[in-house]
Design a protein around this ligand. Structure first.
Ligand code: MSP
Length: 537
């Protein structure tokens, strides 16, 4: 029997854009999810996380020309910007795909040939409303609804007719519907699934090529097999990245993808066109028998800034530079925490607001885990010379708050719901604070000279607090790997390589803080932020 694997992807981003919060967010969501999976199953190589860049868009040619470089040079330059941005974000991807790479182009040609052989691709005429800013055609109805401007960028749509190769999307409608019915988890969240289901009727075949003319723009892309007058439409080329990267002997075990993280803007491509292409490919040749449909397409909502939609015309994107300025002031992990806990994970847009950032930073980090860990370790240093006291037998409220943390993470990850885990961690820290307020260990400490039994009680309280904080830190570590490593170092509890999340999360379990184990207060994890200060620039 083959061992289960997890494969997580992000969209591949248009190489023409500058990296901004939207790209960083989806890649961070993939990163945190991948880190959870690596902890849940620490077998090396059990999780594979992919991100990358989409490079065959027409815009690349135009921008390259404006900068006096070749399209590939332009793509090289900008792909490097994305790689730098994701390295800065501390993303832990296992590979970075660029669609101009040979390994991808060769595979795309193989897939297209297989679809042709099966009769799923034919040459026909296409007339439609072209959105040049998004490189996509809109149907008559969609164009009308959008007032004949791009629903994403507002650029006017242009009516165009061309000879195109078509993919027989219409032939897959029934099978897609059946798949949706049998796999309610296929598109998440629920609101997005319903949206797709509402549109999943009267599907038409879709053009999957563009004509090559004298215009140099039209020469950029992967040529159709055996027809030098057409190139493969950039979206079809791009979707195949998820498969091309793992379609090797060593990596085929990762397919099907566990989660494709995307945002709502590109839902249709991922929820309808992509599974139809895969179904066709699977049936085209026995060698594609492994091409099952991805388990889940998770489509999150959008970041807006200070209540306003971000757009090129407003020039109000939260750029990578803005994120870097926040990281320089508050630490990268605070930025990761804010994005992951406040991000548009569900169907509702999220606001990047400075006031909110400071509020969350103070409440959950500086006054939350930071202060809580420092209070508890401070008391252990002061009253027990830094040696962790014994935990005792009582089923304390902090113990209860940690119950089945491992099981809860596994359930949350099944639903690709990182919010559920970060909220659990925050709730545990709140419980520790409340428990300290209830039991008042600092007062109890004053009585131990007269009453030695009080010392055991004090010890058990502090040990319970420390153990709950340790578990919360494990739950927070995928979002804040550096800060939690700093805490573990001070507390002498860095998880051993190969320790699984389920074991790490057992209160008093195999990885618990042991009685007598040294804990030091260490440096403050997070210094309080002044809400009155201007946003970093
Ligand atoms: N190249 C295509 C995707 C091909 S995938 C086979 C593309 N690229 S993109 O550069 O426009 O990236 C779109 C993705 O960036 C969104 O789906 C989302 O993941 C992210 N975001 C872009 N703007 C965003 C926000 N304002 N908020 C959150 N994420 C957004 O489409």
């Amino acid at each position: 029997m083959s061992t289960p694997t997890t494969y997580i992807t992000t969209p591949i981003y248009y190489v023409n854009d500058r990296p901004h919060i939207g790209h960083c967010y989806t890649t961070l969501l993939g990163d945190v999810t991948a880190r959870f999976h690596r902890l849940m199953d620490p077998t090396p190589g059990s999780t594979f996380f992919l991100t990358g860049t989409d490079e065959h868009a027409d815009k690349v040619v135009t921008s390259a020309a404006a900068h006096n470089v070749t399209p590939l040079q332009w793509a090289d330059r900008n792909a490097a910007e994305f790689e730098k941005a994701f390295a800065f974000m501390n993303a832990s991807h296992d590979d970075f795909i660029r669609t101009t790479q040979e390994r991808h182009k060769t595979k795309v040609l193989e897939y297209i040939r297989a679809l042709q052989k099966r009769g799923d691709i034919y040459l026909g005429d296409y007339t439609g409303w072209f959105d040049a800013s998004q490189e996509e055609y809109l149907t008559e109805t969609a164009a009308k609804e959008a007032n004949f401007v791009s629903p994403v960028t507002g650029v006017p749509l242009v009516k165009k007719t061309e000879k195109n190769y078509f993919f027989k999307l219409s032939a897959y409608e029934a099978r897609l519907r059946e798949h949706f019915a049998q796999h309610p988890e296929f598109v998440q969240p629920e609101a997005r699934r319903n949206e797709v289901l509402g549109r999943l009727k009267d599907l038409r075949d879709i053009p999957i090529s563009r004509a090559i003319t004298d215009d140099p723009t039209s020469q950029w892309g992967i040529k159709m097999p055996d027809d030098p007058t057409h190139r493969i439409y950039v979206w079809i080329d791009a979707l195949f990245n998820y498969l091309s990267v793992v379609d090797t002997d060593a990596r085929r075990k990762y397919w099907p993808a566990s989660v494709h993280f995307i945002a709502k803007d590109i839902l249709w491509f991922h929820a309808v066109i992509w599974p139809a292409l895969l179904t066709a490919l699977k049936d085209s040749d026995p060698k594609y028998g492994f091409v099952q449909l991805p388990k889940t397409v998770y489509s999150h909502a959008y970041w807006v800034r200070e209540g306003r939609k971000m757009s090129k015309s407003l020039g109000n994107f939260v750029s990578i530079e803005v994120l870097q300025a926040y990281a320089a002031k508050y630490g990268l992990d605070a930025v990761r925490w804010y994005l992951i806990t406040q991000g548009p994970q569900g169907a509702t847009d999220a606001d990047f607001s400075h006031a909110k950032f400071v509020e969350v930073y103070n409440a959950e980090l500086a006054n939350g885990i930071g202060n809580c860990a420092s209070r508890v370790s401070n008391m252990i240093e002061k009253y027990f010379a830094g040696a962790t006291p014994s935990i005792g037998a009582a089923n304390t409220r902090v113990h209860v708050a940690c119950a089945d943390a491992g099981g809860k993470v596994a359930a949350a990850m099944k639903a690709a719901d990182t919010h559920a885990v970060t909220s659990l961690a925050v709730a545990i820290i709140r419980e520790v604070d409340a428990y300290i307020n209830d039991t008042q260990p600092f007062k109890l400490a004053k009585t131990v000279d007269q009453n030695p039994a009080a010392k055991d009680e004090l010890g058990a309280i502090l040990a319970n607090c420390a153990e709950a904080i340790r578990i919360a830190s494990v739950l927070m570590s995928p979002a804040m790997p550096q800060k939690m490593a700093q805490l573990w170092q001070a507390w002498n509890c860095t998880p051993a390589a190969g320790a699984s999340l389920a074991d790490l999360c057992v209160f008093g379990g195999p990885h618990a803080l042991k009685a007598g184990q040294k804990i030091s207060k260490g440096e403050n994890l997070f210094n309080r932020a002044d809400a009155a200060e201007a946003p970093p620039a």
